[in-house]
Ligand binder design. Structure first.
Ligand SMILES: [Zn+2]
Length: 286
C-alpha cells in the first residue's frame, strides 16, 4: 500500500523535527510523558499528507490540518491507567495510501486528592442517579461534536477568581474503594450573581438548564476542545453565538444538585475531561 517515497519523507523529517525520541517515523508526541488528567499533542509531518486518525485508550481521535502538518491533542482522564500506552495512528496521503504507526506515551500517576468517608456513602436516590445519568448523556453528545477550526488563542484564563473548593480528580474513598472522580474544578467563595467569563474564544455549543448540573454553558473552542460551566444562576449567552475570550457568559449560582453558590468549571479534550487549571499556562504548547 505505502510508497517508499512517502516512508522516506517520514524518516527524514523525524530526524529534523523530533530531537527527542520520536516514537514513530514522522510523528512527534509532546510531551513524551504526561500526568493523569493532562493533555498531550501529536504532530505528523511529511509530504502530501491528507488525513490521520489516532486510537488512544479506546477512543478514536481525528487530526486537523495546519500549515502542511497534521496535528491533534489528546486528553488523559484522571482514571486512565498509569504506564506506557500505545497511540495507534493511521495516516493517509493525497493518493489514498495509508500507513499505520504506533507511537507511545507514558502516563504518570498523579496523586489526586482523596476524601475519606468515615460512614458508608448514602445511596443516591434513584431520581438523583437518573438525573445525573440523563445530564451526562446530554453533555456527551455536545462534547463529541468536534469542529475542525481552532477558535482559541494563546492562553486560557480563569473564568472566575476564588477558592478551589474541590480540585480536579478528587475522589471519595470508602473502605479503600474509589467512588467516582471529580471531572472539573469547583470555584467557590463568590456570592451568587458574580460574573463568569469565557476561558477562551469559541462558539457557544450549549446553554440550557439541566436537572443535575443546573444552568449549564458549553463553549466549543474548536479542534476537540470544549469548556464547561455549571450551576449558573443566569445564562447570558445563546447556543450558536461566537464569543471572545473574557466575555461574561453567565453568573455564579447554585442551580441543579449543589450545596451553595459555586462554579463547576471543566475542560474536555475530544470528550475526555482534563484538569482545567493545567490549560491556563499550557495551552500555548498545543
Ligand atoms: Zn464540581
Amino acid at each position: 500500500m505505502k510508497t517508499s517515497v512517502f516512508a522516506a519523507f517520514f524518516l527524514i523529517l523525524t530526524a529534523l523535527l523530533c530531537s527527542s525520541s520520536a516514537a514513530a517515523a514522522g510523528i512527534c508526541i509532546s510531551p513524551e510523558s504526561v500526568y493523569q488528567g493532562r493533555t498531550f499533542s501529536v504532530t505528523i509531518t511529511g509530504e502530501n499528507l491528507s488525513s490521520a486518525q489516532a486510537g488512544f485508550l479506546g477512543k478514536e481521535i481525528p487530526f486537523y490540518s495546519a500549515e502542511g502538518r497534521l496535528h491533534t491533542i489528546i486528553g488523559v482522564s484522571a482514571s486512565a491507567p498509569s504506564g506506557q500506552h500505545p497511540v495507534k495512528i493511521t495516516v493517509a496521503d493525497m493518493s489514498g495510501n495509508t500507513e499505520d504507526h504506533t507511537a507511545y506515551i507514558y502516563v504518570r500517576p498523579y496523586k489526586f486528592q482523596a476524601e475519606k468517608l468515615l460512614f458508608p456513602p448514602q445511596k443516591k436516590g434513584k431520581l438523583t442517579a437518573e438525573k445525573i445519568y440523563g445530564d451526562q448523556q446530554t453533555l456527551e453528545e455536545v462534547l463529541r461534536t468536534w469542529t475542525g477550526e481552532r477558535f482559541w488563542q494563546s492562553s486560557f484564563i480563569l473564568p472566575l477568581k476564588g477558592k478551589v473548593t474541590s480540585p480536579f480528580g478528587a475522589y471519595r474513598l470508602y473502605n479503600e474503594k474509589r467512588l467516582g472522580d471529580h471531572r472539573g474544578v469547583d470555584i467557590g467563595g463568590n456570592p451568587a450573581g458574580t460574573p463568569i467569563k469565557a476561558t477562551n474564544s469559541g462558539v457557544v455549543a450549549f446553554a440550557n438548564p439541566l436537572p443535575a448540573y443546573g444552568s449549564t454553558v458549553v463553549i466549543d473552542h474548536g479542534q476537540g476542545v470544549h469548556s464547561i460551566y455549571m450551576h449558573l444562576s443566569k445564562t447570558l449567552v445563546k447556543a450558536g453565538q461566537f464569543i471572545d475570550k473574557g466575555t461574561v457568559l453567565g453568573r455564579v449560582g447554585s442551580t441543579g444538585i449543589s450545596t451553595g453558590p459555586h462554579l463547576h468549571w471543566g475542560i474536555s479534550i475530544h470528550d475526555t475531561r482534563v484538569d482545567p487549571i493545567s490549560w491556563i499556562n499550557s495551552a500555548k504548547r498545543y
